[in-house]
Design a protein around this ligand. Structure first.
Ligand SMILES: NC(=O)C1=CN([C@@H]2O[C@H](COP(=O)(O)OP(=O)(O)OC[C@H]3O[C@@H](n4cnc5c(N)ncnc54)[C@H](O)[C@@H]3O)[C@@H](O)[C@H]2O)C=CC1
Ligand SMILES: O=C(O)[C@@H]1CCC=N1
Length: 270
């Protein structure tokens, strides 16, 4: 599906790098990937580490590539689109991974009937374990969605959702790696407090999160069913769970996702 198609990134930061690394690992040739990035050091790094084409010229990348992935910060979106709108031909899809910015807003910043697909990926795409949600702009085609799905499935799992749900996706899985990493760090701290070395504590914590996620995905059981299997009557787990719930564990997580979702909505209104 991607054969002979060139993918161009506008913005070569963290998320673009995660996608580039995943796409290369998924078999995409480096010569088919191009990145427009203003920071010289960053361009050099991407060229040296991944062998991709780099440029300081957003217009050249937008004009040369068959698929454009917008990967700048939402705050510079209108300036960037204004600069490249003359170089985007109407026969190519534009995939935006910007948090909060709607397809309607992007369409309004370009001319004509641009084919916008909006995606919210996450950083585990770097190790091909990303979680992405995809939604279709008014003028995007079914093929644009299939192609986007193909790209993001090279770097993990992907779901197609209605655009109105993308703020919730951003709050959950887009920002989610930060919550999970903080949880792992806290588990590790707790291990150190109770006498484990940092190395062993972090290893145990990360493998526990990884193994539990895999158990859930492979068995497709409800989380509560699997939790019950860990929780012996009068045992350690119920004591731990009780203490966590007293400190508002679930509420804290729900409040965090709520706040990130609200922030995503707010970015879309600016
Ligand atoms: N980091 C993450 O976990 C995720 C980020 N996103 C979205 O991805 C986008 C990029 O985020 P990050 O990669 O984290 O940010 P970043 O700050 O690492 O990357 C943005 C890049 O854009 C470059 N840039 C700035 N002005 C530019 C211009 N005028 N033309 C071309 N490039 C320009 C910057 O030099 C930088 O390298 C954001 O819109 C964010 O909402 C989406 C999902 C997850
Ligand atoms: O923090 C942010 O705004 C971006 C969007 C999702 C993850 N990082």
């Amino acid at each position: 599906m991607l054969k002979d198609k060139k993918i161009g990134f506008i913005g070569g930061g963290n998320m673009a790098e995660a996608l580039i690394k995943g796409l290369l690992a998924g078999g995409m040739p480096a010569k088919e990937l191009a990145v427009a990035e203003p920071a010289a050091g960053r361009r050099e790094f991407l060229r040296e580490r991944y062998g991709v084409n780099v440029s300081n010229d957003n217009n050249a990348v937008a004009a040369d590539c068959d698929v454009i992935i917008l990967s700048v910060k939402p705050q510079v979106c209108s300036e960037v689109l204004d600069g490249i709108k003359g170089s985007i031909s109407p026969d190519k899809p534009i995939i935006s991974i910007l948090a909060g910015i709607t397809t309607t807003a992007i369409e309004a910043m370009l001319s004509g009937t641009p084919r916008i697909v909006r995606v919210m990926p996450n950083t585990p795409a770097l190790v091909m374990e990303g979680a992405s949600a995809i939604s279709k702009g008014a003028h995007a085609t079914g093929d644009d969605i299939s192609l986007t799905r193909h790209i993001f499935e090279l770097v993990g799992k992907a779901w197609v959702v209605e655009e109105k749900l993308l703020d919730a996706v951003t709050g959950l899985s887009g920002s989610g790696p930060a919550y999970v990493l903080t949880f792992i760090e806290a588990l590790s701290d707790a291990g150190v407090k109770n006498g484990l070395s940092r190395d062993i504590a972090t290893g145990l914590a990360a493998q526990t999160v990884f193994g539990t996620a895999r158990l859930l995905l492979e068995t497709r059981e409800h989380p509560a069913v699997l939790r019950d299997k860990v929780t012996s009557p009068g045992g350690t787990t119920i004591a731990g769970m009780h203490a966590l719930e007293k400190d508002g564990f679930r509420s804290a997580v729900i409040n965090g996702v709520d706040a990130a979702t609200a922030r995503s909505m707010e970015l879309g209104k600016k």
